[in-house]
Design a protein around this ligand. Structure first.
Ligand code: DGI
Ligand code: FE
Ligand code: FE
Length: 188
């Protein structure tokens, strides 16, 4: 699918603020894909659609998670996690994108997963460091992203876990599994 068509489909689903975030993720993902050797066209499309489901009603997201074979334990954790798998499902069924690598990158863009592909890491990180993001620690991750995809990813997950702990919120176990997997495999 061409960029213009994809952006038009996504714009209808999002607020202006979230659409601007999506454009930032797109540019950042293409750049990271070039640097770290992911398919730039797939990175572009995955980035464009990554938050496609962000504003769907919770009831609709719950139903899709229940009916489409996504992990049911998601429903016991923060609803912010739901738009990732639901976004992958709707990108396939509503936008007609069938590429597995793209859909998987959308599906795991919030929690990550053990054994992430380069494309999945690129989308996760682009979502975290796109130019519109302004939270504490983001500049450090931007710097790390220039030298190592994994180091930047580890730092961003550490920041996210600390952020959730400080807010007294639960952490979805997959987020820890992603973190452990990256630490286990990092070069000494
Ligand atoms: O959709 P975005 O805001 O662009 O970013 P995202 O898809 O990474 O969602 C981040 C939100 O998810 C953030 O408010 C924290 C929340 N969240 C809740 N529980 C977890 C979680 N994020 C992760 N990574 N792991 C959790 O267990
Ligand atoms: Fe998201
Ligand atoms: Fe996002």
């Amino acid at each position: 699918m061409e960029r213009e068509k994809a952006l038009k489909l996504v714009k209808e689903q999002l607020t202006e603020h979230r659409y601007q975030h999506t454009l930032g993720v797109m540019e950042t993902a293409i750049s990271l894909a070039g640097r770290y050797g992911a398919d730039e066209k797939k990175a572009e499309l995955a980035a464009i659609f990554h938050d496609y489901a962000k504003f769907r009603p919770k009831e609709e997201m719950k139903q899709i998670i229940n009916e489409q074979g996504f992990p049911k334990d998601l429903l016991e954790y923060n609803a912010e996690l739901w738009h990732a798998p639901v976004g992958a499902y709707l990108t396939e069924t509503e936008a007609g994108i069938t590429d597995r690598e793209i859909l998987d990158a959308i599906r795991c863009h919030t929690s990550g997963r053990p054994g992430m592909s380069i494309l999945e890491k690129v989308i996760y990180l682009a979502d975290y460091i796109e130019p519109g993001r302004h939270f504490p620690g983001v500049d450090e991750v931007r710097e790390l992203a220039k030298e190592s995809l994994d180091k930047a990813l580890i730092k961003s997950i550490q920041n996210t876990i600390l952020f959730l702990l400080k807010k007294n919120q639960m952490v979805y176990p997959e987020t820890f599994h992603t973190y452990n997997d990256l630490i286990k495999n990092q070069e000494a």
